[in-house]
Design a protein around this ligand. Structure first.
Ligand SMILES: NC(=O)c1ccc[n+]([C@@H]2O[C@H](COP(=O)([O-])OP(=O)(O)OC[C@H]3O[C@@H](n4cnc5c(N)ncnc54)[C@H](O)[C@@H]3O)[C@@H](O)[C@H]2O)c1
Length: 413
């Protein structure tokens, strides 16, 4: 990692996060009593943030040995990495890595010979399968944090290339409904504002995609007074966006009127040459999808006659047509690169899913190599714990209602 002198600051950041993660706190306390990970080695490839650090602490008190690398070259919080290293964790992460350095860190994490892997985007699992296949028989299972990772792992499962079981943490209700939607929604706006400090009110704000992340971004941009335009390829999602009150347009039409563009599709080249050529002078481009492929950097570089850095995470490209486009955070996920990622309150649930899924993999007999859902009991337990932490009570079905909902005899009366 970058600098051990940052550790003191990192400890304070982690302490602050921990105060907003009540569910993970309870799980951590149980792990401290039960030590479910005694002698277990974990290899994690996650964004190195204060919330991730608190997850790692939960594993540590539960008896695990952990090696950690970042899941994006631009998302590591260096103070947090330093604090983790001071606690004796093997950390291979610093902010602003080259692609080569990024994969070197992944390989170093693999060298720790994990029994269980935790991944965010499937680069760790992909590297083990392609370069360190000798380790595959030993690995009992893994977890995957994000939509893009789950898509890649399902593709591996389909072609028979997946050699150990993975629990798709992303697909738990207590993950995507909150993390992807409210977490990405708020932190993407946060990243755009930190990088630009522009006023959103009155701006034409184009959201590419209307999945869980994009829904959150659209909702929050609208809340700040922007005129939100949605682009989609899926008719159901486009319809939903339209009925939620957003203007839906093809990307080529949106290109000409947008002031700010944000991609959150998990897809490649969503904003490309023909769109950039139509954009207004001063348009701002950001991405919140997992990989930096949603905005074609190749096309942007190809169209530009010059490029300069104006502010942290804000580059100006002057195009051959004389217009200037502004790219945030090199097209990497803007909420982690330009801000701090999701707020602790949502990571509380995402990482409670990680913690309990890893425990499940450790305690369960070796499973067939497939992509699995988070067990429903875990999802429901996390929702109940979160509600309790928020001091929210809900009703219980009466015996009569239980019977009514599970029988067919009673109809119109
Ligand atoms: N920034 C973050 O912190 C963060 C958090 C969670 C997920 N993610 C990532 O964000 C991305 C989206 O995740 P999600 O959970 O919202 O996925 P999702 O599957 O719910 O939604 C993706 C949407 O994009 C649409 N889409 C695909 N190609 C498109 C195109 N060319 N133009 C317009 N729309 C298109 C799809 O139809 C779908 O509706 C993934 O890469 C995921 O890994 C990022």
């Amino acid at each position: 990692m970058k600098d051990t002198a940052l550790a003191a600051k990192g400890h304070l950041q982690i302490e602050w996060a921990s105060k907003h993660m009540p569910v993970l706190n309870q799980i951590r306390e149980r792990f401290a009593d039960e030590k479910p990970f005694k002698g277990v080695s974990l290899g994690a490839c996650l964004h190195v943030t204060k919330e991730t650090a608190f997850l790692i602490y939960a594993f540590l008190v539960g008896g695990a040995k952990v090696a950690l690398c970042g899941s994006n070259p631009l998302s590591t919080q260096d103070d947090v990495a330093a604090a983790l290293a001071e606690k004796g964790i093997s950390v291979f992460a610093w902010r602003e890595q080259t692609t080569k350095e990024y994969y070197w860190c992944i390989e170093k994490t693999i060298d720790h010979n994990p029994l269980i892997t935790l991944d965010d985007g499937a680069d760790l699992v992909g590297t083990i399968h392609s370069k360190r296949a000798d380790l595959l028989p030993r690995i009992k299972g893994g977890t995957e944090e994000t939509t893009t990772g789950v898509l890649r792992l399902r593709a591996m499962e389909k072609t028979g290339d997946l050699k150990y079981p993975i629990i798709a943490v992303n697909d738990a209700y207590t993950k995507y409904l909150f993390d992807n939607r409210y977490g990405t929604g708020q932190s993407t706006i946060d990243g755009i504002l930190r990088a630009t400090n522009i006023l959103l009110a009155g701006k034409n704000f184009v959201v590419c995609g209307y999945g869980w992340c994009a829904r959150g971004i659209a909702m929050r941009a609208q809340g700040m007074g922007a005129n939100v335009i949605v682009t989609e390829v899926n008719p159901l999602r486009a319809l939903e966006a339209a009925m939620n009150g957003f203007r839906v347009l093809p990307m080529i039409k949106a290109s000409a009127i947008g002031d700010i563009f944000v991609t959150a599709t998990g897809d490649i080249n969503v904003i490309r040459k023909e769109h950039m050529q139509k954009m207004k002078d001063g348009a701002i481009l950001a991405n919140s999808g997992h990989f930096n492929v949603e905005i074609s950097l190749k096309d942007l570089e190809g169209l530009a006659t010059s490029k300069r850095n104006l502010r942290t995470n804000l580059d100006e490209y002057v195009l051959k047509n004389g217009r200037r486009l502004y790219l945030l955070a090199d097209g990497r996920l803007v909420n982690l690169a330009a801000a701090e990622g999701h707020p602790s309150e949502v990571m509380d649930m995402s990482f409670a899913n990680q913690a309990l899924s890893v425990e499940y993999l450790v305690k369960t007999e070796r499973m067939v190599p497939r992509v699995y859902a988070v067990p429903k009991e875990i999802d429901e337990r996390i929702a109940r714990l979160k509600l309790a932490a928020m001091n929210i009570r809900i009703d219980k079905l009466t015996t009569e209602q239980k019977k009514y909902l599970t029988t067919w005899e009673m109809g119109t009366i």
